[in-house]
Design a binder for this molecule. Structure first.
Ligand SMILES: [Fe+2]
Ligand SMILES: [Fe+2]
Length: 657
């Protein structure tokens, strides 16, 4: 690390206070002499330097001395007189050593030395313990920051957190964060991403700058070396850059100490630079031009090491967040492509998946906000919202596994079937006409012109009657072919029609309606028979089978089970598992309301006319009353006007079928 900070020097003086004049005189005779001072009235309470006190009477046992001994600032050596014990004041006092007269200079001096050694040892131990505690708390702090960094997956929030934490652990008043950008051609530049300042609120715009030695951040990004400047206005001449004071001049701020650290990933690549400004003596202090000298200090070594460590963690966190975002983008693309695949199968339901997603997420947000007893305790995290959105987008994906002719079947007969039926009717019409012509010819030949002319009206009337009958049959079949409810009595008439026979071109008698046509035309409601309905319903199982193939991350792993229940009804009348209210996931219940509403109100289904909003809500209300869908969710869907979310719906930009 480049640095221009000065080392701090601590000077200690060692004092010996002596109550005993004989001892003081002895020590003064040492070579070199050991200076002593008489015991002061009071020991200085804030005494930083160690001292030894030589006492001989009760006056030495003061509260100050006891405190100083306990705090390892002092040691007491006591001179015991002949026949005299310790005075009462000495009770419980921590005495380092006793001397007994006659005093010998060597004994006194070595006892004093032992007392100082003891103080040094204990003070060093205390200092080591303090260092250990500080190191522990720094590791704790770094760990806490590391955890915070690793859980933040949004890059922008992460960068803010990195700068904030770097400033906090260094009590920096301000700071900026730069990221290295690389073009596809491999050209690198430095983007000024973020700035923070406790003393000033600043307007901020991003910009890019070259990575070279002409700027401080550029120099660090170029060399990969940390840089510490005690005062940016006194950059050592050996360094290739100068501080640009423009900002200080314009704002009245004073940039003084600066710590600039590269963010390197484990491969050693520099992905950004953290620039910390003005290490304050206390976090709460503000920096201005006038106060900078008093408030700002150089960055201490320990803090610099912490920032370096934090910067490495930050680099990994940024790369992880970027990776996470690219995985998310990738997955979004995959989901979008899946929706394209669903919609391509059945363009008549175009946009259904997106609208159901918008409605369900909107309903989930309303549940989040709602304070009613039903939803008071229900909240969805951002990830849970994402889970709901993906599940909604993919809920009908299984339709890709349903035969297309069934999926888009609009009438009871398939178009080809109906064409065939119509051709058969045309054939019968032609046959009737041809039969009529043959009959007329026979009549003419047998009866002669006069009789034929007389009977012609009757003959033509018979033809018209038979053709009208055929037209009526066809009209009736057309009506039955509609997916509406089959009116009372129509079934019987169909049975009657099925008994009508005609002769094919070989003269073989055949039924006017085949058994299959008869069966389909007899469908009482809708366009699907039981087996076709089952095929459509199987889309849920196909969806779940497909979604179960995806190795979902833990936080969104419920997607298959949410999707699996989107056609279940609370009373057990749904499909495919006939689940009941308690077994259906809440997210599926929300999706069901949205799904039914969109299926009713979507205007682009040729076989099902769009239902106006009021009618669609009425139908949902009926379903709620019949305990098919969740009544509380329906209440919220209406009250919060969730249905409006898709009122003017359009495909997302860039979405191409
Ligand atoms: Fe569905
Ligand atoms: Fe659906």
């Amino acid at each position: 690390m480049s640095t221009v900070a000065k080392p701090e020097v601590l000077v200690e003086t060692r004092m010996v206070y002596c109550q005993n004049a004989a001892a003081a005189a002895l020590l003064a005779r040492l070579d070199p002499p050991l200076e002593t001072l008489p015991l002061p009235q009071r020991l200085p309470a804030e005494e930083a330097s160690p001292c030894v006190v030589i006492g001989e009477n009760s006056r030495v046992f003061t509260a100050e001395l006891r405190d100083a001994i306990e705090q390892n600032r002092a040691r007491l050596i006591y001179i015991l007189r002949d026949n005299a014990g310790l005075p009462a004041e000495a009770s419980g006092a921590p005495i380092f050593s006793f001397l007994v007269p006659p005093l010998q200079v060597a004994v006194v001096a070595s006892t004093i030395k032992a007392a100082f050694d003891n103080l040094d040892l204990l003070r060093r131990q205390a200092s080591l313990e303090q260092d250990l505690l500080r190191a522990r708390s720094e590791i704790d702090e770094l760990n806490q920051i590391g955890i915070a960094l690793s859980t933040q997956r949004n890059t922008e929030s992460l960068l803010t957190l990195i700068l904030q934490k770097s400033r906090e652990i260094t009590t920096s008043d301000a700071g900026s964060l730069y990221l290295v950008e690389e073009t596809e051609q491999g050209d690198k530049s430095l983007r000024f991403k973020l700035t923070q300042n406790e003393s000033l609120k600043l307007p901020f715009t991003e910009f890019t700058m070259p990575i070279n030695a002409s700027s401080i951040a550029g120099y660090v990004a170029l060399t990969g070396e940390s840089l510490h400047l005690e005062d940016v206005y006194q950059v050592p001449p050996a360094l290739p850059f100068r501080f640009n004071p423009k900002f200080d001049h314009e704002s009245g701020y004073r940039t003084k100490s600066m710590l600039v650290v590269p963010m390197k990933n484990p491969q050693g690549e520099i992905i950004g630079v953290v620039q910390l400004i003005n290490c304050k003596r206390a976090w709460d202090l503000k920096v201005a031009r006038e106060t900078a000298d008093a408030v700002v200090m150089p960055y201490p070594d320990t803090r610099r090491a912490l920032v370096s460590s934090l910067a490495s963690q930050a680099a990994v966190a940024i790369e992880n967040a970027r990776l996470y975002e690219s995985i998310e983008t990738l997955f979004e693309g995959f989901v979008k492509a899946s929706v394209v695949a669903i919609e391509a199968r059945d363009p008549t339901t175009s946009g259904h998946s997106f609208r159901v997603a918008d409605l369900t997420v909107g309903l989930a947000e309303a549940v989040d906000r709602d304070d009613s007893p039903a939803f008071r305790n229900l909240n969805f995290t951002r990830t849970e919202m994402k889970e709901i959105r993906y599940a909604s987008l993919l809920h009908d994906f299984g339709k890709v596994g349903v035969r297309e002719e069934v999926l888009v079947k609009a009438k009871k007969l398939y178009p080809l079937q109906f064409d065939l039926l119509r051709q058969r009717f045309d054939f019968v019409r032609k046959s009737v006409q041809q039969e009529h012509t043959a009959r007329k010819l026979t009549y003419l030949l047998e009866k002669g012109r006069e009789e034929f002319l007389a009977a012609q009206g009757q003959l033509d009337g018979d033809l018209a009657e038979r053709l009208r009958e055929m037209d009526e049959f066809l009209e009736f079949v057309l009506k039955c072919n509609e997916p509406t409810v089959l009116p009372e009595g129509n079934f019987q008439r169909l049975v009657g029609l099925a008994e009508v026979r005609f002769q094919d071109w070989t003269g073989e008698p055949r039924p006017l309606l085949t058994g299959d046509e008869m069966r389909l035309l007899s469908i009482p409601k809708g366009s699907l028979d039981d087996s076709e309905r089952k095929q459509i319903e199987s889309h849920v199982v196909h969806s779940v089978n497909f979604l179960s193939q995806i190795p979902w991350t833990k936080d969104i792993r419920n997607i298959p089970s949410i999707v699996s229940a989107h056609h279940e009804k609370l009373n057990g009348a749904g499909y495919p598992k006939k689940l009941t209210a308690a077994e259906i996931p809440f997210q599926s219940k929300m999706m069901t309301v949205s799904d039914i509403y969109d299926a009713l109100s979507a205007s682009d289904r040729p076989y099902k006319k769009a239902v106006p909003t009021e009618r669609a809500l009425d139908i949902l209300k009926m379903e709620a009353n019949q305990h098919l869908i969740d009544a509380e969710l329906f209440r919220l869907f209406t009250q919060a006007e969730i249905y409006r979310l898709t009122a003017n719906w359009k495909h997302p930009a860039g979405f191409n079928l």
